[in-house]
Design a protein around this ligand. Structure first.
Ligand SMILES: Nc1ncnc2c1ncn2[C@@H]1O[C@H](COP(=O)(O)OP(=O)(O)O)[C@@H](O)[C@H]1O
Ligand SMILES: O=P(O)(O)OC[C@H](O)CO
Length: 501
C-alpha cells in the first residue's frame, strides 16, 4: 500500500496541501487563496480564522482527490509564512486581533525607538536579526497595546502567541499542543539563536510575558496528533519549518555554501553556513536553517526581499497591463531592453541588505517611448537586481562565492527572469523539476521524524533538475546595468519618511 506525507504550506496569499509519495512526487494538491487586508498604507493583516479554515479545507480536498484516508498518511509537515503574528484567547481559542503580517510596517517607529535606545547590537548578537518591524516582537507589543487590557490578560496567562505554524498545530490538535520549531522561533526577535531559548533580556526589552510563548522543538519531531474528527483518524504532525528554511531543506542544500533563492510573494535567498552562526556586517540576517535534533541546529545567512512576485501581481491587478503572471515572460521579450527604464518595487519599504522601512516604489527613466513592455521587463529585472544586491552582501559576509544558485517559487518558472538572473550574478542558476520545494522540505522533515526517510542521502536521490541557466552577457555589460540600478535605488530610499499628507 502506497504511503504519503501531507505537507501544509501556509503561504502569504494562499494555503496549500500537497500529498507527496516517497520519491517526493506530488500526487495531490489543493490550494485556496485567502483575504488580504490593507487597513492603512503599509499595513497588512490576515484573518487568522480564515487561515485555519482554508488550511483545513485544502487538506480535506487534497485527501479526497487522491481517494485515500488518514491511515495512508504517515505524517504531516507544516511550513508557513514566517514572522506573521497571531494572538488568541486561551479559553475560547479565538484570535484577539487580526494576524499582523510579516510585510506590515505599522511598528516602524517602535523599531526606530529600539535602535535609539541602544538595543541594536544586543539584538543582533542574540537573535542574528537586524532591528526591523518585519519580525514578530514589535507586532506582539502592538497587539497587546491595542486590545482591551492586553498586557494584563497576557500576564494572567489568558492569551497565547504563535506564528502561523503554531496557530495551525494548536487548531489541528484542538488546543492540546502549543509549539513552534527553531526556525520559526528564530524570526521572532525574542529567541536566542545560540542558547536556543527564549531570552529574558529580549522579553524585558518589550515587556512581553514569557507565558504567552510556545514551547520550541526541533524542526523534525513528533509534536502531537491531529484531532481524529478532522481526517477520520489521527495523523502525527512531525515537521515544522518556516517556508524559506523548508525550501532550503527541500532543495537539499544540506552542505555549508549551498544556497537557494525562492521567488514567491517576496524573494528569500538563504545560504547554509553549517554549525557556524555567521554574523553579518552587510545587512543580512543570521537565522536557524533547521534543527533535526533537540539542542542541535544548522544556521543560514538570509537576505529577505519583501517584494518579488507581488510586483508581478501589481502589474496584473493594479496597473492591469498584464492579464496573467505567465504572460510577463513573453511580454518582456517583445522588447530588446527596458529603454532606460528602472522599476524599484519598494512597496513596503526595502528589506535586505538596505533595511529601509521608509523606502517606496519608484519608476525612473520613463520617456515618451516607454511602453508597457518596457515596464513589465523592468519589473522582472528588478527582482534579479535585488537578488544580486543580496548575493553581493552574502559573498562579503561568508567569504564564499557561489558555485550555483538553486531557484524555486512561482516566479522562478519565468525563463526570462531566470536568464537575466544568471546574467546579473554571473553564476549558473539551477531550477529543479518540482518548484514546490517549500512543501517538499516540510515533507522531508516530517518524513525523517517518523522513519519514512532513513537519512539525508536517501532524500538527495529524489532531486531532479529541470533547467540550468548559464550567464550570457559580459561582465562589462552586467556592471553597467548594475551601476544604473544603484542610481535608481537612490531615488527610492527614505521616500515615506517625513512625507507630508
Ligand atoms: N511566470 C511567472 N512570472 C513571474 N511571476 C510569476 C509567474 N508565475 C507566478 N508568478 C508570481 O509568483 C508568485 C506566486 O508564487 P508562490 O511561490 O506561489 O508564492 P507564495 O508562496 O509567496 O504565495 C505570485 O506573486 C505571482 O505573481
Ligand atoms: O509566503 P511567502 O512564500 O511569500 O514567504 C514569506 C516569508 O516567510 C516571510 O518571511
Amino acid at each position: 500500500m502506497t504511503k504519503y506525507i501531507m505537507a501544509l504550506d501556509a503561504g502569504t496569499t494562499s494555503n496549500r496541501a500537497i500529498l507527496f509519495n516517497k520519491k517526493g512526487e506530488i500526487k495531490s494538491v489543493a490550494q485556496k487563496e485567502f483575504t488580504q487586508f490593507f487597513p492603512h498604507p503599509g499595513w497588512v493583516e490576515h484573518d487568522a480564522t480564515e487561515i485555519w479554515s482554508t488550511q483545513l479545507g485544502v487538506c480535506t480536498e487534497a485527501i479526497a482527490k487522491l481517494g485515500i484516508d488518514s491511515k495512508d498518511i504517515e505524517a504531516i509537515g507544516i511550513t508557513n509564512q514566517r514572522e506573521t503574528t497571531i494572538i488568541w484567547d486561551k479559553k475560547t481559542g479565538k484570535p484577539v486581533y487580526n494576524a499582523i503580517v510579516w510585510q506590515c510596517r505599522r511598528t516602524a517607529d517602535m523599531a526606530d525607538k529600539l535602535v535609539e535606545d541602544g538595543y541594536r547590537e544586543m539584538i543582533q548578537n542574540k537573535t542574528g536579526l537586524v532591528v526591523d518591524p518585519y519580525f514578530s516582537a514589535t507586532k506582539i507589543r502592538w497587539i497587546l497595546d491595542h486590545i482591551e487590557n492586553g498586557q494584563e490578560r497576557a500576564e494572567n496567562g489568558e492569551l497565547l502567541f504563535g506564528t502561523v505554524d503554531t496557530w495551525l498545530i494548536y487548531n489541528l490538535t484542538r488546543g492540546k499542543v502549543h509549539v513552534t520549531d527553531y526556525t520559526n522561533a528564530s524570526r521572532t526577535m525574542l529567541f536566542n539563536i545560540h542558547t536556543l531559548e527564549w531570552d529574558d533580556e529580549l522579553l524585558e526589552m518589550l515587556n512581553i510575558p514569557r507565558c504567552i510563548l510556545p514551547e520550541v522543538k526541533p524542526s523534525s519531531f513528533v509534536y502531537g496528533n491531529t484531532f481524529p474528527g478532522y481526517f477520520n483518524g489521527e495523523i502525527p504532525i512531525a515537521g515544522i519549518a518556516g517556508d524559506q528554511q523548508a525550501a532550503l531543506f527541500g532543495q537539499t542544500c544540506f552542505n555549508p555554501g549551498d544556497a537557494k533563492n525562492t521567488y514567491g510573494t517576496g524573494a528569500f535567498l538563504l545560504m547554509n553556513t553549517g554549525k557556524e552562526a555567521v554574523k553579518s556586517d552587510n545587512g543580512l540576517v543570521t537565522t536557524i536553517a533547521w534543527g533535526l535534533e533537540e539542542g542541535k541546529v544548522s544556521y543560514a545567512l538570509e537576505g529577505s526581499i519583501f517584494v518579488a512576485g507581488s510586483a508581478i501581481q501589481w502589474l496584473r491587478d493594479q496597473l492591469r497591463i498584464v492579464d496573467a503572471a505567465d504572460d510577463t515572460e513573453y511580454m518582456a521579450t517583445k522588447v530588446d531592453d527596458t529603454n532606460g527604464c528602472y522599476v524599484v518595487p519598494a512597496f513596503t519599504g526595502l528589506g535586505a541588505p538596505y533595511w529601509d522601512p521608509y523606502a517606496r516604489g519608484t519608476i525612473v527613466g520613463i520617456s515618451r517611448g516607454t511602453s508597457k513592455y518596457h515596464i513589465v521587463r523592468a519589473t522582472l529585472e528588478s527582482l534579479a537586481y535585488l537578488t544580486n544586491d543580496v548575493l553581493t552582501a552574502m559573498a562579503k559576509d561568508s567569504g564564499e562565492s557561489l558555485k550555483e544558485l538553486k531557484v524555486d517559487g512561482g516566479a522562478s518558472a519565468n525563463n526570462f527572469l531566470m536568464q537575466f538572473q544568471a546574467d546579473m550574478i554571473q553564476t549558473k542558476v539551477e531550477r529543479p523539476e518540482t518548484l514546490e520545494t517549500t512543501a517538499l522540505g516540510a515533507c522531508y522533515l516530517a518524513g525523517l521524524a517518523v522513519g519514512f526517510y532513513k537519512n539525508l542521502d536517501e532524500i538527495k536521490e529524489n532531486r531532479l533538475v529541470d533547467k540550468e541557466f548559464i550567464p550570457e552577457i559580459s561582465k562589462e555589460e552586467r556592471d553597467k546595468k548594475d551601476r544604473n540600478w544603484q542610481r535608481a535605488m537612490q531615488r527610492a530610499f527614505g521616500w515615506a519618511n517625513h512625507f507630508e499628507e
